[in-house]
Design a protein around this ligand. Structure first.
Ligand code: SF4
Length: 259
């Protein structure tokens, strides 16, 4: 893909959960991981998908297409007054936005030229030189740590955690603003023993605060429509109050957890 065209499956305005303030979130296609709980399964593939839900009046499940960088910048700048008022900006998400790294870096640089705060939600699964370029370019990095165990990370995401952890060390060492998140998934990483192991890992990495993202079922219908197997079919969502013990064990291990 050229650096001025990116494949995007959603541009969500007025987000309050993907960085500070009011933000526009740009969701890029493609992801090297295969998390079994992924709530945007079709976003993993780079191919354009146009899929509606026949049971929901034809609401789009995914409507991806190619965008010129100019168009994305123009759409993002429509909300500049809201960013300025709230301390917000633009967040790149996915999929894994570093898959389309040329376009993503181009977009970040263009937005920064316009004075827009830029953040990225990332798995950290990218070649080290590419990852470092994003650390330099972004105002804020938001990184997921999906599992403390290399073996279990591979079991549940199709990839071991060596590269994301190496890149997380780079992000910590850079001194750049960094938010670390744990998606807490039933039967995968939600036990108190897991919490203790996350605390040990994060402390060793120099991370003192994390955000917990409790498992939800937003993706279930998408698997059904895609005809894909979903390992978490019927698994109940987790709620904040159920994670009080998990949160406490992290705190006991020196890591403050918030939602
Ligand atoms: S990293 Fe995100 S987009 Fe990629 S498979 Fe996992 S949950 Fe899905």
């Amino acid at each position: 893909m050229p650096e001025d065209v990116g494949r995007i499956f959603n541009i969500q305005k007025f987000s309050l959960h993907d960085g500070p303030g009011i933000r526009t979130v740009v969701f890029l296609k493609g992801c090297p991981l295969g998390c079994k709980w992924c709530s945007n399964p079709s976003s993993r593939k780079l191919q354009i998908v146009s899929m509606r839900d026949p049971d929901l009046d034809g609401v789009f499940v995914e409507d991806s297409r190619d965008y010129e960088v100019d168009e994305v910048v123009r759409l993002c700048l429509q909300d500049l007054p809201f960013y300025e008022e709230s301390g917000g900006g633009v967040t790149l998400s996915g999929g894994e936005a570093m898959v389309q790294h040329r376009f993503a870096l181009n977009l970040i640089n263009r937005l920064r030229e316009e004075g827009v705060h830029t953040a990225m939600e990332t798995t950290g699964y990218a070649a080290e030189p590419i990852f470092s370029r994003f650390v330099d370019a972004l105002d804020l990095l938001i990184m997921d740590v999906k599992h403390h165990s290399r073996k279990e990370h591979k079991r549940w995401t199709d990839r071991p955690n060596d590269l994301p952890l190496k890149n997380l060390r780079t992000a910590v060492a850079s001194g750049k603003p960094l938010w670390v998140r744990i998606p807490v998934i039933p039967g995968v990483n939600d036990s108190l023993d897991d919490a203790a192991k996350f605390a040990r890992l994060l402390t060793e990495l120099g991370v003192a605060e994390v955000q917990l993202l409790p498992f939800h079922q937003f993706g279930e219908r998408k698997y059904e429509l895609l005809g894909w197997t979903y390992e978490f079919e019927g698994v109940p969502a987790l709620h904040e109050e159920e994670l009080a013990g998990f949160q406490q064990v992290l705190a006991d291990g020196g890591v403050t957890a918030r939602f």
